[in-house]
Write a protein that binds this ligand. Structure first.
Ligand code: ZN
Length: 171
C-alpha cells in the first residue's frame, strides 16, 4: 500500500500515540457493552489528547472514544491534528465507526495518519513486532468522498468561498 500522500510519524511518536490510546482504553466506562475502546489524537503542537468509550444504559447514547477525544480537544481550544490511534479489547485492528469518521472529517486533515492497533500490541512490541497487526491508514482512505469535501454551497458569500479555497490550498 502506498502512503506517499501521508506525513508518516516517526516510530517513537507513533508508539507513544498507540500507548496513549491504550491508557485511554483503560479508562473506558463499559458496564453495558463490556467492550473498551481508546483513542489518542496527536495535535500539531505535539500534545496528545486521549479519549475512551463511554457506555450508557440507554445504549444509543453511548459515545465512542474517537469522538470523546475530539470533543475534549475542541473544548480546550485545540482543533489541529496530525494523527490518531485507536485500540480496543479486540485482537485485531478496529476502525472508527461512520459517525466518528464524519466528526473526524470536521476537524482533521484528509491526510491525518491513523493507526489501528490490536489489543495485544504491547506484547507484540516487546517481541520486536511493533507494526505487526497495526493498520496504518489515513482519514481519506477511511472516508473517501466525505460530506463537505469540495462542496460549493450557494449560501456562502464570495469571501467565504475565497477563504475556503485558500485554507484548502494551505492544507
Ligand atoms: Zn464511533
Amino acid at each position: 500500500m502506498s502512503h506517499s500522500h501521508s506525513p508518516s510519524l516517526d516510530p517513537a511518536t507513533r508508539d507513544q500515540l498507540i500507548q496513549a490510546a491504550f491508557a485511554g482504553r483503560d479508562r473506558a466506562y463499559s458496564p453495558h457493552s463490556h467492550f473498551r475502546v481508546g483513542a489518542a489524537l496527536l495535535t500539531t503542537s505535539g500534545e496528545v489528547i486521549t479519549g475512551c468509550s463511554v457506555d450508557c444504559a440507554a445504549y444509543s447514547e453511548t459515545i465512542c472514544a474517537e469522538r470523546v477525544a475530539i470533543v475534549k480537544a475542541v473544548s480546550e481550544g485545540i482543533r489541529s491534528f496530525v494523527a490518531l490511534a485507536v485500540v480496543s479489547d479486540a485482537l485485531h485492528a478496529i476502525s472508527p465507526c461512520g459517525p466518528c469518521r464524519q466528526v473526524l472529517r470536521e476537524f482533521c486533515p484528509l491526510n491525518l495518519c491513523v493507526f489501528l492497533a490490536p489489543a495485544d500490541w504491547t506484547a507484540r512490541r516487546e517481541r520486536g513486532d511493533a507494526l505487526t497487526g497495526v493498520k496504518e491508514t489515513t482519514l481519506v482512505e477511511l472516508f473517501p468522498m466525505s460530506y463537505d469535501e469540495g462542496f460549493d454551497l450557494p449560501r456562502w458569500s464570495k469571501a467565504q468561498k475565497d477563504e475556503r479555497a485558500s485554507a484548502k490550498n494551505a492544507g
